[in-house]
Design a protein around this ligand. Sequence first.
Ligand code: LLP
Length: 419
Amino acid sequence: MFSQKDGVLTVEDVPVTEIVEETGTPVYITSRARLEENTRAYREAFPDAGLLYAVKANNNLALMKIISSQGFGADVFSDGELYLALLAGFKKERILFNGNSKSREEIEIGIVSGVKFSVDSLDELKTISEVAKEYGKEVEIAFRINPDVDPKTHPKIATGLKESKFGLPHNMAVEAYRVALELDGVVPVGIHCHIGSQILELSPFVHALNRVIDIAAEIEKEGVELNFVDMGGGLGIDYEGKGSPSPADFAKAILPEFERRKSELGSDPQLWLEPGRSIVGNTTILLTRVNAVKKGYRNFVAVDAGFNLLIRPAMYGAYHRVAVANKMDRGAEETYTIVGPICESGDVLARDRKLPKVEPGDLVAIFDAGAYGFVMSSQYNGRPRCAEVLVSGDRWDVIRERESYGDLIVKQKIPEWLL
Ligand code: LLP
């Protein structure tokens, strides 16, 4: 999907130079074929599972429409994500409302929308029960369990360690289900956990699954009938070109264990997964233009996108492959550090990369920017956000327009006494 023609990076059949002539830079560019390849890989690997796309990874409506049309449900983490997911065509029956700090208003919106909830605390359970009763509804819930499993990933994206803020400690789970069984308005039908993100080793998933099934067996004794066991998302992708497990590898590791352990249960729950990054991560590049090249302590290449548009390198020290998109047929000549235009020393996109000779005006592509890219962007330093483009074969469409100065002042108000 990402190749080159006459030295120019192409996305499917479109040279990126053709796109930037119209959109300018920076711009996020997504390959539809790659996205569909990813959704298909999951569907083939897990034909019987419930697949919920984690909307937080990328909530562009056009991309979510493609994902929902491939039979995916959605994991949403806020009322805003719920709004976007419904707009993109995800069916309410296949939406799970996650989150560790839901407001009463958010809970109300979720209940009125008719989605299921993953409940993070007993306080939240009580609120859901109260609101459900007000509306005369019965809400299907799962508890988010903290299994205390080390996912062997970056500490900022490990979510199932005992010190993490997410979920109920696993030794409190049975009591929580007991409470839920006693309350009106809530029906416990599932169990949920999510151990972290960008996980490249599969054993932590199996470990967590075993913890969760141990609890499932306990809560069945209390009278819970389980419809689903949701193991969350977290499968890592190949940012560094060193390989990563595919959905098929993931299935090979987890499905036999799921089937084996499920036979110990009285009920017949469906396995649910909530992939985000492994659906959208490698579908998209962020294309930037070089403003200046400066030889100093390092060989700096200053481009027009920084952590305002892709925060992952600054926030997690994340590695993204880069290439000079208009010199794809040239060999590496020098070592460069790619920096953005933001007024912070931490605004480094890629450190010490061997690239062809870089000059002002060149285009630098940052790969695997489809997950937690645009969604985590900001207008810091007064920079309007960039456009997003979707390529399908030889056609391309703008799927989000570049923001303007007007967007920098949307919703701002100057008090009358200052006018
Ligand atoms: N389900 C739940 C409950 C989650 O919290 C997450 C991600 C997912 C599913 C999807 O995980 P994935 O398949 O994408 O790994 N901004 C960070 C990642 C934060 C992940 C938050 N939760 C990054 O850029 O690496």
